[in-house]
Design a protein around this ligand. Sequence first.
Ligand SMILES: Cc1cc2nc3c(=O)[nH]c(=O)nc-3n(C[C@H](O)[C@H](O)[C@H](O)COP(=O)(O)OP(=O)(O)OC[C@H]3O[C@@H](n4cnc5c(N)ncnc54)[C@H](O)[C@@H]3O)c2cc1C
Length: 409
Amino acid sequence: MPEIAIIGAGFIGLASAAALMRDGHRVTLFDPAGVGQGASFGNAGTFAHYACIPVNNPSVFRDLPRFLLSNESPFRLRWTYLPHLAPWLVRFMMSSLPRRYEASAGALAALLDRAHDGYALLLEDPQLARFVRPRECLYLYSSAASFDAAQATLALRRKLGVAFDVLDGAAIRALEPSLAPIFERGVLFSNSWHFSDPQRFLQTLYEQLGAQGLKLERVAVDGIEPDAQGAKLSAGGVTRQFSHVVVATGARSAQFARQCGDVVPLDTERGYHVRFPGAQQLISRPVGWAERGFYMTPMADGLRVAGTVELAGFGDTKNRSLLDLLTFSSRRALPALDAPDSSWLGFRPTLPDGLPVLARSRASAHVIYAFGHQHLGVTLAGVSGRIVADLIAQRAPPLDLSPYAATRF
Ligand SMILES: Cc1cc2nc3c(=O)[nH]c(=O)nc-3n(C[C@H](O)[C@H](O)[C@H](O)COP(=O)(O)OP(=O)(O)OC[C@H]3O[C@@H](n4cnc5c(N)ncnc54)[C@H](O)[C@@H]3O)c2cc1C
């Protein structure tokens, strides 16, 4: 039977492997880092089917100057990276104009609408379902002014079918008594949930698929060459023929798209987490702080405080002041917190219109792209995997895929 290669063993690669194996395919994953590393390792773990407002939205015109100049801003730009970033940034600003942003929000909502169904088959398995914590996510505003400023995006969410309740300060404290009394308003998103350990979830999925024949090659792929039989893939000095190749390399996917005839303006939004060991009992659900741009999520190994956006490319050097901001701000929200014991930097794969690429390549229908899931790769993994399988099976996908084409740029 012909074999399919998936490059990248994060949320998108693993969910694609599961969907393809359900269709009866033989699959080999390629990833030098192993399973559930990359951005899939240290994220906030929220199933955020409500997050249809992309970062490119009209508020950036109002907020960007303040964000770039404030020490308390969760959004940073490394100025030396600006020459490289400029084309992406111009597209990002253009995508933030009202009409384009509403189109992005609509296309994101259409995918998010199917996010729950995308996970349904995976979560029928009790070994996988045990990582799901069904407690709704709470998003908080520490000033009435910023809650007022969020009204337009909340209205658009409602219009796009997102269900939520608005809470006042007393209701917030009744729900989460360990929080400091500094929050004016909160939004509780219905039917959201989170993973208690995103990496362990993927590792468990990998072990189950491994028992059914999934292979993992811990080697970096250097190139894809589409041909009449499918595509050749070179890795570690060896070239192998596959019937199809799926590109699921997150923020590192642009090089492979280029080899298959597509130029995609993919860059990365760097994000961080700090972990407070043993502090997960302080809250019962993911709690986000709007003005500070992070979530505090109770995980199996502690309280994970994850978020912030830094536009600075792929270097490994962590931005100390963003880690300090996460530490300082989470202690302000939860005064009982002690000191974090570890920190993490991850690279979100982000296209300037905030939408992923879920498409066949220009050069060949045998190369499928599944990357660019920005802040939502955990949430959208299930549905993305099913779309990958539909594209390979030549089945009708569950929605119109034209907004996610690689050729849209
Ligand atoms: C701080 C933070 C918080 C987040 N919180 C959430 C959240 O709460 N909810 C949510 O839905 N999303 C969240 N996200 C986003 C989410 O983590 C990402 O969208 C998602 O992990 C992307 O998955 P991926 O599989 O596309 O990429 P990745 O997880 O980055 O995986 C790509 C893989 O490709 C491999 N690779 C790269 N190059 C090669 C090569 N040449 N050959 C072989 N393999 C290669 C890498 O080693 C890596 O393992 C968050 C992200 C961050 C940074």
